[in-house]
Design a protein around this ligand. Structure first.
Ligand SMILES: [Ca+2]
Length: 166
């Protein structure tokens, strides 16, 4: 498995026809001076779940690509899972900027994200569940997922879109 590093997440990777990450610098440019809406869509067992967020912003490199927003305005996906990432810095396998001192969540989850702690939401994880015995709340697997405090929703598809606030 490829471990994507900070430079990959900063510059972006993939292509828009398939797996794609726009890049933190580009996301910052799109969001820093305009009010935007972030729309998240995920699939779990063929069923789609959504989240709409107003005022989504990603700060620049000197602020560790900190993510903020005004509020979650709706959607069927766990609000709490996304709220955990508010004001968090972006962590990657080679840059631990999460709030867990003895663990790099991005390394443990095999994907970059605005982690507070390791277990609530990460949309850039592996597509396949990978066995990993160390998580207390999920003793068997890592992979793209959302946790709502009670159960883990394992994802087969994730999408994040940004547009001007309507
Ligand atoms: Ca850490």
């Amino acid at each position: 498995m490829i471990m994507l590093l900070t430079k990959n997440y900063v510059q972006g990777f993939g292509n828009v026809q398939g797996d794609h990450w726009l890049g933190l610098d580009a996301i910052h440019l799109l969001t820093h001076s305009l009010k935007t809406e972030l729309a998240i869509k995920v699939h779990d067992n063929g069923k789609a779940y959504h989240l709409r967020v107003s005022g989504f912003k990603v700060n620049d490199a000197s602020h560790k690509y900190q993510m903020t927003y005004d509020k979650i305005v709706g959607g069927s996906l766990s609000h709490e899972a996304f709220e955990k990432s508010k004001s968090c810095y972006f962590s990657t396998g080679d840059k631990d900027q999460d709030n867990i001192g003895d663990l790099n969540c991005a390394d443990d989850n095999r994907g970059g994200w605005w982690y507070s702690d390791c277990g609530w939401m990460h949309l850039n994880g592996p597509w396949d569940r990978i066995k990993r015995p160390s998580w207390p709340w999920s003793p068997r697997y890592i992979g793209m997922c959302v946790f709502n405090g009670n159960f883990v929703r394992w994802l087969t598809y994730t999408e994040m879109r940004i547009r001007l606030w309507p």
